[in-house]
Design a protein around this ligand. Structure first.
Ligand SMILES: Cc1ncc(COP(=O)(O)OP(=O)(O)O)c(N)n1
Ligand SMILES: Cc1nc(C(=O)O)sc1CCOP(=O)(O)O
Ligand SMILES: [Mg+2]
Length: 202
């Protein structure tokens, strides 16, 4: 299995966002991983086409490409793995589908669910919301760097902190034990996504 990078871009396909241009800018700036996260209303065909295009961009620069929720699309496109949360396939089922070598991320918000996800086959955990965010509705309260750190201390797999992450607060999350951060709005919503992505590298 490939080493998981420390900067993950999650795609933003909301109206008004230029998804592919943002992905290109983040990859050019040095982001290591792109997670394709189609909106729920997007058809499988559209999600597949988006994944194929983003996967090609990742392959060109030898970066990792994951697919959120829709593991059949990850497999069909030949992506490196997928990510599941509480409303998706259970982690053990996701592992069976993806096979033993794929990267499989699972959302965990506390040490107990984190340990279970790892026992079930997760190779990394998405942990959050680290800070308040408006990108996704219905999330629980932010757990802060301390909450991220508590999960990191409980499991032996890499922790990817998510939710409200900016170039300014990312350091707190790495210091708390996160291996990586995952970002939507701080790059996608920036007037200049390339410069915004570069700020994370600094
Ligand atoms: C790295 C990472 N962490 C958490 C999530 C959230 O996954 P999930 O809880 O399944 O919510 P959706 O993204 O599917 O709305 C993630 N995608 N990536
Ligand atoms: C998709 C998602 N999942 C989260 C979780 O905590 O599970 S937070 C989130 C959105 C992250 O977007 P932004 O970087 O703009 O805050
Ligand atoms: Mg999900």
């Amino acid at each position: 299995m490939r080493t998981l990078g420390r900067l993950h871009l999650i795609t933003d396909t909301r109206p008004g966002r230029d998804t592919l241009a943002v992905v290109a800018a983040a990859l050019r700036a040095g982001f290591d991983v792109v997670q394709v996260r189609p909106e729920d209303h997007v058809t499988d065909r559209e999600a597949y086409d988006l994944t194929v295009r983003i996967l090609a961009m990742c392959r060109e620069l030898d970066r990792i490409c994951l697919v959120n929720d829709r593991l059949h699309i990850a497999l069909a496109a030949g992506a490196d793995g997928g990510h599941v949360g509480a409303d998706d396939l259970p982690v053990a089922a996701a592992r069976r589908i993806l096979g033993p070598h794929a990267i499989l991320g699972a959302t965990a918000r506390n040490p107990e669910t984190a340990r279970q996800a790892v026992a079930d086959g997760a190779s990394y955990l998405g942990v959050g919301p680290a800070f308040a965010t408006t990108t996704k509705a219905g999330l629980p309260d932010a757990i802060g760097p301390a909450g991220v750190g508590a999960v990191a201390a409980a499991v032996p797999v890499p922790i990817v902190a998510i939710g409200g992450v900016t170039a300014q607060n990312a350091r707190q999350l790495y210091s708390a034990g996160a291996h990586a951060v995952a970002v939507v709005g701080a790059v996608s919503g920036a007037a200049d996504p390339y410069t915004a992505a570069k700020e994370f590298l600094a």
